[in-house]
Design a protein around this ligand. Structure first.
Ligand code: FAD
Length: 572
């Protein structure tokens, strides 16, 4: 069954055969994701690559290929196809003259998530991937046009669920782990639920996979219940490398604070390595829209902010390792050695602690059981898809709970915001309260706390209690989102740096007297702001005692820590 690709970006079957000859409708550029390059832009790219002809049906890059070249269509048409050659294959987009192929993985070095196939004979301009990355880093016009298109195309792929295929039961904690990992890393994926999707069963039988080997991931290759690190390595995320063993600056945690430190550290010429246990972007990466970050009047998604920052840091030479969780830190003379969860050690003279905070868990029975499938600590596109059309509950009264309510109201049938306090304005910004009050399918319950989670396998309802009267009621909820405050991620610091009573890292004068400075000058010398009780270790963002818990503050602190680290190693 081979059908002609159409202009529907929602995807059409491509079938196992070649495309038929004849004129084709290009995918329209509705969102600015498929710009057509001008003659002068093509000429600029031509200086970096070469022209070549292409035959109908020729595969330019295939799903799973790494470090692909960049192609501009000069004549003819090229289609992006998911599952090329398979009965279920579908066309993602068709590009004609002046359009280019690829998406964000072109710039990150990740594996391609679909196959590019020439629909008819034509001509292409081919630019090696390395040169394209240089261009994006140094050309503010053409580079930014390509970058913007790549970011938009990534969100289109995520929306279409084109990319990795995760096949596993909704009751399996490993399925949930892999889906979370893909979502946090903004990897496009489709989940086939073994409990509900006949295709899932069919596929695992065809692939000869035993039920106990599930979940599986199809990522150009077949992975049987991979660890997060194995999945990362298979798709080309930047895993820890021996090259990173010794550097000037280690940034632990790649949320906004760590990303900022990585950008500024690398741009000051420090050999910089940034690591993160889960994904770049941190908490902000899970935010659908950050509306109070300077310079983005209509808001910016946390995912876009993170992707842009990673590319920016890499442009200056920073290296990343994800997933790479720091498990301990030791001092050896003027150097610090950090041990990762895979046993690797990394050494640097300056360390920026940017490990942020994690959301607190509710103290209710059976939480661990429901956490495997129905309780969430982020409200991104992936979670929204899981509870589309269902009633959901959100516990929490701060800005993250408010943002989640607004975002989920577009996907869920009904959203109930369960707030322990008496006044929403106590912890939530006015602009969010105003929006919430205008949304018909969001109800707010004040003075209310979650007491019980009800259901067998998956969550069906929550029992809540009015904390003034003790009255209980049951609310239907297929998912519970929890945003009830944060706990700092500081367990790995094992007593090396001073913490406050809540476990946040003390910095500046609060961290105790400075160890540096000439005797007698001690009284005049104040420990630099952001430096911890150990010289050369700085703490920034949400992990720092007394921090503002805002993206802009985290970013500012990341930049400032670099200034201080730089002055320390190169005084004067
Ligand atoms: C849903 C949501 C919406 C939000 N919206 C807004 C908003 O609109 N405006 C605003 O100003 N703020 C917002 N915030 C708050 C904002 O996101 C945080 O203040 C900000 O992300 C803090 O940045 P950070 O880099 O300090 O820490 P985090 O963002 O918490 O990042 C810390 C990173 O460190 C990693 N890490 C932790 N431990 C380790 C370890 N041992 N080894 C390696 N890596 C580790 C984590 O995986 C994480 O990626 C929101 C938060 C959430 C959750």
């Amino acid at each position: 069954m081979s059908t002609k690709p159409t202009s529907d970006p929602g995807g059409q079957r491509s079938g196992p055969g070649l495309f038929p000859a004849g004129p084709l409708a290009e995918t329209p550029d509705l969102q600015g994701a498929y710009p057509r390059l001008s003659g002068s832009q093509i000429a600029a790219l031509e200086a970096l690559g070469q022209r070549r002809t292409v035959a109908p049906g020729e595969v330019l890059f295939a799903e799973g290929d790494r470090n692909c070249d960049f192609y501009v269509v000069l004549a003819g048409h090229v289609a992006g196809v998911e599952g090329h050659g398979e009965p279920e294959g579908r066309v993602i987009a068709v590009h004609g003259r002046g359009r280019f192929l690829g998406e964000l993985s072109l710039l990150t070095g990740e594996a391609a998530y679909y196959t590019a196939v020439a629909v008819e004979a034509g001509e292409l301009l081919v630019v090696p991937g390395e040169r394209l990355r240089d261009l994006v880093a140094r050309d503010p016009d053409l580079g930014d046009l390509i970058l913007r298109a790549c970011l938009l195309r990534r969100s289109i792929l995520i929306g279409l669920a084109v990319g990795l295929r995760i096949i596993g039961s909704k009751y399996s904690p490993d399925t949930r782990r892999l889906r979370d990992f893909a979502a946090r890393n903004r990897l496009p994926y489709r989940w086939l639920d073994l409990e509900a999707d006949p295709l899932a069963e069919e596929l695992i039988t065809q692939l000869g996979v035993a039920p106990e080997e599930t979940p599986i991931v199809i990522a150009g290759q077949l992975l049987r219940n991979p660890s997060n690190a194995e999945l990362a390595a298979a798709i080309g995320l930047p895993v820890p490398s021996p090259l990173d063993a010794s550097c000037d600056l280690l940034v632990v945690g790649a949320g906004p604070a760590g990303l900022s430190a990585a950008v500024y550290g690398a741009s000051e010429g420090m050999r910089t390595v940034a690591l993160d246990g889960i994904a770049t972007g941190g908490q902000a990466g899970t935010s659908s829209r950050i509306e109070n970050y300077l310079g983005f009047p209509s808001g910016i998604s946390g995912a876009e902010l993170a992707d842009r920052a990673v590319l920016q840091a890499r442009k200056f030479g920073a290296r990343f390792a994800v997933p790479a969780e720091a498990t301990s830190i030791e001092q050896d003379g003027g150097q610090y050695t950090i041990r990762l969860d895979d046993g690797t050690t990394l050494t640097a003279s300056s360390v920026v602690i940017a490990t942020g905070a994690r959301y607190r868990r509710l103290d209710v029975p059976r939480l661990a059981h429901f956490e495997q499938m129905s309780v969430y600590y982020a409200a991104s596109h992936a979670e929204a898809l899981s509870c589309r059309g269902d009633p959901v509950a959100i516990a929490g009264g701060g800005n993250s709970a408010g943002q989640a309510a607004i975002f989920l109201s577009r996907h869920a049938a009904q959203v109930t915001l369960i707030v322990r306090g008496h006044d929403l304005a106590e912890y939530m910004s006015r602009y969010l309260i105003d929006q919430i009050q205008r949304i018909a399918n969001v109800q707010v319950l004040l003075d209310t706390e979650v007491r019980e989670l009800l259901g067998n396998e998956a969550l069906e309802a929550v029992a809540v209690e009015d904390n003034r009267t003790g009255a209980r009621r049951v609310l239907k909820a297929r998912a519970l989102f929890v945003f009830i405050g944060v706990t700092p991620s500081t367990g790995w610091l094992v007593g090396l740096v001073g913490l406050d009573d809540h476990g946040f890292v003390r910095t500046g004068p609060d961290a105790g007297p400075a160890a540096r400075g000439a005797a007698g000058a001690e009284a005049r010398w104040r420990r630099p702001a952001l430096e911890t009780s150990r010289p050369g270790i700085f703490a920034v963002g949400d992990v720092r005692s007394g921090s503002a818990k805002r993206v802009a503050a985290a970013v500012g602190e990341g930049a400032m820590a670099i200034r201080l680290a730089f002055e320390r190693v190169r005084p004067g």
